[in-house]
Write a protein that binds this ligand. Structure first.
Ligand code: HEM
Length: 463
């Protein structure tokens, strides 16, 4: 996309998979599309397959249906809920540190793609499904096996690619009941979800996302009061229902299918992205030792013990925040986002026709020298408290921006910061012969990840 920007400019048309697309890398125009004129661009382009029950996952929903589900799920990602997740994430970090120490003490070079991959999976199993799996140690656990299959068989699926490139295949796939997701995987997750939901209905309590979705379900049925009580400190903006002509589906509760579809969707949206960010952040620490020292100082000041690591302390750790933001700028795990124009409209003198797909080149914007001074240089100070107000609202887009931005943003940052702090309390990251400098990047299928992983060594801070 960077090459195309240099060749065609910041806004250009593209005919991709027989659909008109407009690539928009101009910040003022993006601010209009994603924020100010959101009502004309509220949806993603439609994938031409009716995949049950995945069509009830939030990213596939449209218009009023999406707004209602987003408003119902948002409270599950509030700051208050994140604080309640502290003990679950702490357990997963304990496991990560144990796995790191086992491999380090054997003198092996550490493959962080696999270590953080297991950590991300443990967090998802624990925070969404209420399961404790330790996926590093138990690769044959049915959850781990199916979860891996589910990932391999979804975004990277040849079926998904075929549907995107040959949209007319969608109805044919529907007719033949060929899904994007493996059938066995869907059956497995359906049975896990049903079992957990049943156990909860029988009074077995546990604090995780599934429980929060069940509570959201109850809130939907019981009205607004419970919602307010539960989320008094939720600073998330709710998506307002501007569209008064749209039929109200406010009363629709979450079915087991919808809970399962959303849990699977959260897993797909959060697994590889969080893993990639942790891998790149660790690589950047190892290759910028002076920054690593500065971060260690901050960690020692605010988190002197394992117990002191918690969501509440992150807001005080300004350098950690700047470091992670800069890491997500230089290596955004999601390279492009999209929208569909639903009402013909004019934005900054471009007439955009109904049905046009808008492509948002996140990676190219993050590496645009007109937007970022010397963009290839890793410089966390760009995100210092003083500099933050000077950053354009559409310049930093790892999670998107506007009402349809990433729903899991808070959870992702919490998971990432938790693991980095716990690692730095104990170790320093260092490069070794096996470290690829710079790392090879795979940009296939819209994700940026290190296909060969990130190999580093760690040195204990205190022997
Ligand atoms: C570093 C980690 C992550 C990155 C970089 C990331 C990035 C993104 C991006 C770019 C989008 C599209 C936004 C747009 O179109 O404007 C998105 C959407 C979404 N993400 Fe994430 N994400 C991450 C982690 C997570 C996690 C952990 C979850 C799970 C809870 C999650 C759940 C979602 C959902 C549900 C959506 C769709 C929201 C909607 O359509 O309303 N993400 N994410």
């Amino acid at each position: 996309m960077c090459n195309m920007r240099d060749q065609y400019g910041k806004v250009f048309g593209l005919n991709f998979a027989s659909t008109n697309s407009l690539v928009v890398g101009d910040l003022a125009m993006l601010q209009e599309i994603l924020i100010s004129r959101f009502s004309a661009f509220p949806n993603h382009p439609k994938i031409p397959v009716e995949e049950k029950p995945m069509d009830s996952a939030i990213n596939n929903l449209r218009d009023n249906h999406w707004r209602v589900v987003r408003n119902t799920l948002s409270p599950a990602f509030s700051s208050k809920k994140m604080k309640q997740m502290n003990p679950l994430i702490k357990d997963c970090c304990d496991q990560l540190l144990q796995n790191v120490e086992e491999q380090r003490s054997k003198g092996t070079v550490l493959q962080f793609k696999s270590l953080y991959g297991s950590y991300s999976m443990d967090v998802i199993a624990s925070t969404f499904f209420g399961l404790k799996v330790n996926s590093q140690k138990n690769p044959n656990d049915p959850f781990v096996k199916n979860a891996k299959k589910c990932f391999e068989g979804s975004f990277f699926s040849i079926r998904l690619l075929a549907v995107f490139l040959l949209p007319w295949l969608g109805p044919v796939f529907d007719l033949l009941d060929i899904g994007i997701f493996d059938k066995e995987v869907k059956v497995f997750f359906h049975s896990v979800t049903s079992k957990v939901v049943k156990a909860r209905q029988n009074g077995e309590g546990r604090l995780d996302m599934l429980q929060l979705m069940l509570n959201a379900h109850k809130t939907e049925l019981e009205g607004e009061k419970g919602k307010q009580d539960d989320d008094e400190d939720d600073e998330d903006e709710m998506v307002t229902l501007n569209d008064e002509t749209a039929p109200s589906i406010q009363k629709q509760p979450f079915t087991i299918d919808a809970i399962m579809a959303n849990s699977m969707m959260f897993f797909l949206a959060g697994y590889e992205t969080t893993n990639a960010c942790l891998c790149f952040s660790s690589y950047l620490l190892a290759t910028h030792p002076e920054m690593q020292e500065r971060l260690i100082e901050e960690v020692d000041k605010f988190c002197p013990s394992e117990e002191s690591v918690c969501y509440e302390v992150f807001s005080k750790m300004e350098y950690l925040d700047a470091f992670v933001r800069e890491s997500l700028r230089i290596y955004p795990p999601v390279a492009t986002a999209d929208r569909r124009c639903d009402n013909t409209t004019t934005v900054n003198n471009y007439k955009i026709g109904k049905g046009t797909n808008i492509m948002i080149p996140i990676y190219a914007i993050h590496h645009d020298p007109d937007v970022w001074d010397n963009p290839e240089e890793f410089r966390p100070e760009r995100f210092s408290k003083e500099n933050l107000p000077n950053i354009h609202p559409a310049a930093w887009l790892p999670f998107g921006v506007g009402p349809r931005k990433c729903l899991g943003l808070r959870l992702a940052l919490m998971e990432i910061k938790f693991a980095l702090i716990r690692m730095l309390q104990k170790y320093r990251f260092e490069t070794c012969e096996e470290t690829e400098i710079p790392p090879v990047l795979s940009k296939k299928t819209g994700f940026i990840c290190p296909p060969n992983g990130i190999k580093l060594q760690v040195k204990p801070r205190k022997c």
